[in-house]
Design a protein around this ligand. Structure first.
Ligand code: NDP
Length: 272
């Protein structure tokens, strides 16, 4: 990355560089700003904004796609197609998403996007967030201290929280134990929100039916990870929010903030 910023007072960036500290404003192209040293920005008087608010539709559709594939077995058929095999499932393997229960952990932009898509297909959606206020498309909203209750009856649990000290390994062996044995985990948040070793153990022991994973403890996912080989684990390369107009959404956000800045108004999505 070319991080020579000596002639500018603001940057739009995917990731942090030390040379940005001291600029007037840094806009992060991602919603997750966990890799930015917030105290350093604060001390330097550098404003940091992020891109939350724009990923709901893309991530919602990706999470729904993962759930559809796991329920309707589309990944099995694609695997068989590569071998030119006609491989109908056993009669009791596929199921429909309609009326299945989904718990979305984190009901911000991503979580609501997932809840909207799932509600649209007839799933029964509950959620977990810090502020237990009514949230569109969620029937019951739990607080994090009731996470085990929230996941206990769910066929799918979708994780959509930011990575913070409170959410690091939030989804751990205890959560997998609380989940049904025929339940699936979907993680579109950040890898470290899930205890990946505990997830692998739970999958290997049949304590979970499978998973749709877009994010991992280490990215790219190392070739040695057992997650690559599990039949009912879908691995996507941190791509759930990508779509061809992504850059236009970012540009809209940056333009709006530039207008605010020039007008002396508060920046949207201000983190620091
Ligand atoms: P938002 O800030 O809009 O929403 C975050 C949600 O998480 C809120 O509902 C918040 O609760 C909830 N939350 C925070 N802490 C906890 C906790 N301890 N327990 C339960 N819920 C909690 O963020 P976004 O939806 O835009 O993004 C979420 C994260 O997803 C990002 O930080 C990023 O890491 C990741 N992401 C991944 C992408 C991908 O490509 N896979 C793309 C975009 C984002 P409350 O509503 O009460 O504040």
């Amino acid at each position: 990355m070319d991080d020579d910023v000596s002639d500018v007072d603001a940057v739009v960036t995917f990731e942090h560089a030390d040379s940005f500290v001291g600029l007037a404003w840094v806009h992060c192209i991602r919603a997750g700003y966990d890799a930015f040293p917030l105290d350093t920005y604060r001390d330097a008087g550098t404003a940091l904004t992020n891109s939350t608010g724009i990923h709901g539709a893309a991530v919602g559709e990706t999470a729904l796609g993962m759930m559809l594939s796991l329920a309707r077995r589309l990944h099995d058929y694609r695997d068989a197609q590569r071998e030119r095999e006609w491989a109908p499932p056993t009669w009791d393997t596929p199921f429909t998403l309609r009326d299945e229960r989904l718990t979305v952990v984190g009901l911000g932009t991503l979580g609501r996007g997932i809840a909207r898509c799932a509600d649209g297909i007839g799933m029964r959606v509950d959620g977990v967030r810090r502020t237990p206020t009514r949230t569109p498309h969620a029937r019951t909203v739990y607080t994090p201290d009731r996470l085990h209750d929230a996941v206990a009856d769910a066929r799918f649990v979708a994780v959509a929280t930011p990575l913070t000290e409170a959410t690091r390994r939030l989804v751990d062996a205890g959560v997998f134990e609380a989940m049904r044995d025929d339940a699936y985990l979907v993680n579109v948040a950040r890898g470290p929100v899930v205890d990946e070793d505990a997830l692998i153990d739970a999958l290997a022991a049949g304590e979970l039916a499978g998973a749709g994973l877009d994010v991992f403890r280490e990215e790219p996912l190392p070739a040695s990870s057992p997650l690559w080989d599990l039949d009912d684990v879908l691995v996507t390369p941190h791509a759930s929010s990508l779509h061809r107009a992504y850059h236009e959404d970012i540009a809209d956000l940056v333009r709006a903030n530039l207008r605010n800045r020039n007008a002396g108004a508060d920046l949207l999505n201000r983190v620091v």
